[in-house]
Design a protein around this ligand. Structure first.
Ligand code: ATP
Ligand code: MG
Length: 576
């Protein structure tokens, strides 16, 4: 088979049997609850609850697709709720970016909520629990609390402050709120069971003292609720029926229930699903922040980042992400998904929608010696062979054109079907050309290839039924735009970025070749008008989109993904 062919290597033919939507136990639970009217006639309510302490990543896309998508399927509703109970790590910048990302993915929330909106209600409920003898103020230090908590194999022991009177607890908690005590000197704890096999139930902390400014409530509060005390109650306030979260919260479920039951409030239910892990990818906001802070990448939106704004800049599309998330579904056990699955869905989407264009990344000049000097003609090229409605465009053709350096070999290795002396190939939609000779510089590098063309093959059609084995892309030298092209590859060089030797570091696994910058790619002139985010397939090369850095004076394109290159594989195997 020819290394390059007319057909798009991204054949969709074999993919059509793949289900777009896989069985998903969360969908089944919701369907069953609707059928049995578990919540009466109330609509199904879900929420997506990010903490605004970083930018969203592909893992969050999975949660978003489940929270919004599954509610949508049954006519339910979804709130976007910021879980903003950690004033020190949270910022408005993140709040804004998260909203933009959710919308970009194609979802719209019913209500925009903040856990901080519920600080007063949560405080009142804490008072209620204190009055019921179910919460107490503890003066142990953080270290002592840890020691008293016990271990997985040993029960904890009661704090000496556990049996304070309701009056004393009320007094102390009120004074905690009033700011009378320094940070870390006291906490409010739920009085549950220090011997519980579940450590989360050993008198969990409900409130801590923290004199810190909050991005929304300013300095109104100097006590802040812990995640476990805030989350379930926030769900309950919003009448969330299905509170879906990742598996690491499974151990917190008994506590989630305990607060709801002991407060006698709306019975939201928590259901845990598997966290998305992808090969070659690290999905942890904390670590991603570290990459940014240590300048390992250019920012949160570096196109190599797994953040939604990073992959958006790289040219990934919400359609592909939604299709991918539908395909992976949800299960009750954690696993790792091959990054190629995501890339498959992305190529599949772009193959259908990307406008084709011709761009030569590593140019080699081809002079057509029998083509009239000074002449320009326009050839008609299809914008997208996968989509007849995409129409055609006129591309200028002239005597001197650029082809890829890889598309010519003076001495062709076996199975090399592209241009070489005496060989005839097709220039896409233009003409058949036959290489005749090469021009070299003093160092012996080929600077030009001279060839002849067959005027009867105009449009790239065979004049007499004779066949050529290669069709190559090209750009007319006189009309070419020069562009910077950024070729991105995986940010990590190991399938499991956390696989590093003792004493090593996750960042030891960063791929040193994750970015290659080409500064003098040659583009067909129609690309002058390309807008960031607009998808292109540079024929035979890959999928690209203009970077936001791109200007009329300096075009910059990002490679979203390469096409699967059959020649690169042959070359690797045979060492050709
Ligand atoms: P990170 O560890 O990256 O900081 P997080 O879980 O702390 O993530 P949150 O802002 O608390 O991030 O997450 C919001 C929602 O997204 C939660 O319901 C969480 O379970 C879910 N989520 C986060 N990461 C993933 C992932 N990799 N796969 C699926 N869901 C995820
Ligand atoms: Mg979190």
């Amino acid at each position: 088979m020819a290394a390059t062919t007319d057909s798009n290597p991204e054949s969709t033919a074999t993919r059509t049997e793949e289900p777009r939507t896989t069985p998903n136990f969360l969908r089944d639970i919701i369907a069953e609850d609707v059928r049995t009217k578990k919540y009466g006639d109330a609509t199904i309510q879900t929420r997506f609850p990010p903490e605004p302490n970083g930018y969203l990543h592909i893992g969050h896309a999975k949660a978003i697709c489940l929270d919004f998508g599954l509610a949508d399927e049954v006519g339910g509703r979804t709130n976007l709720r910021f879980d903003d109970t950690n004033p020190e790590k949270e910022e408005q910048e993140y709040v804004d970016s998260i909203q933009a990302d959710v919308r970009w993915l194609g979802f719209e929330w019913e209500r925009l909520c903040y856990a901080s909106d519920y600080f007063h209600q949560l405080y009142d409920w804490a008072i209620q629990l204190i009055k019921a003898g179910k919460a107490y103020v503890d003066d142990l230090t953080a270290d002592e609390i840890r020691q008293y908590r016990g271990t997985l194999t040993e029960p904890g022991k009661n704090s000496p402050y556990r049996d304070r009177s309701v009056e004393e607890n009320l007094d102390l908690f009120t004074r905690m709120k009033a700011g009378e005590f320094p940070d870390g000197t006291r906490v409010l704890r739920a009085k549950i069971d220090m011997a519980s096999p579940n450590i989360n139930m050993r008198d969990p902390i409900m409130y801590r003292i923290l004199h810190a400014e909050h991005h929304r409530t300013g300095n109104e509060w100097c006590i802040y609720p812990m995640y476990d005390y805030a989350h379930g109650q926030s769900d309950s306030i919003e009448q969330v029926t299905h509170s879906m979260c990742t598996l690491e919260f499974a151990d917190h479920q008994p506590l989630y229930k305990w607060f709801i039951e002991n407060l006698g409030i709306f019975p939201s239910q928590q259901i845990e699903f598997d966290r998305l892990n992808l090969t070659y990818t690290m999905l942890s906001k904390r670590k991603l922040l570290q990459l940014v802070n240590e300048n390992r990448v250019s920012g949160w939106d570096d196109p190599r980042m797994p953040t939604l704004n990073g992959i958006r800049r790289r040219g990934f599309t919400p359609e592909a992400l939604r299709a991918f998330c539908g395909y992976i579904g949800a299960t009750r056990t954690n696993g790792t998904t091959d990054i190629e699955v995501l890339e498959h869905f992305q190529r599949d989407d772009l193959n259908k929608r990307a406008s084709r264009a011709m761009a030569v990344l590593r140019p080699l000049k081809l002079v057509i010696t029998n083509y009239p000097e000074g002449q320009t003609e326009h050839v008609e090229v299809q914008n997208n062979p996968e989509d007849p409605t995409a129409g055609t465009r006129q591309v200028p053709f002239s005597r001197e054109i650029y082809i890829e350096q890889d598309d010519f070999r003076e001495v062709p290795p076996p199975k090399y079907y592209r241009l070489s002396p005496g060989k005839e190939v097709r220039l896409r939609s233009a003409y058949f050309v036959t290489a005749q000779s090469v021009v070299k510089d003093d160092a012996g590098n080929i600077t030009e290839v001279h060839c002849t063309y067959d005027p009867a093959s105009r449009g790239g059609n065979s004049p007499d039924g004779r066949k050529v084995k290669s069709t190559m892309h090209w750009v007319s030298a006189a009309h070419a735009l020069t562009a910077e092209v950024r070729l991105y590859d995986k940010l990590f060089s190991k399938p499991d970025p956390y696989d590093f030797p003792e004493g090593g570091d996750l960042f030891d696994n960063l791929n040193p070749n994750s970015l290659e910058v080409i500064t003098d790619a040659k583009l067909e002139p129609s690309l002058a008008a390309a807008k960031p985010g607009a998808p292109y397939q540079f024929e035979r090369v890959g999928y690209f989109t203009p970077d936001p850095d791109s200007t009329a004076d300096k075009l910059v394109f990002n490679r979203t993904l390469p096409l699967k290159d059959s020649w690169a594989k042959i070359e690797k195997k045979t060492g050709a």
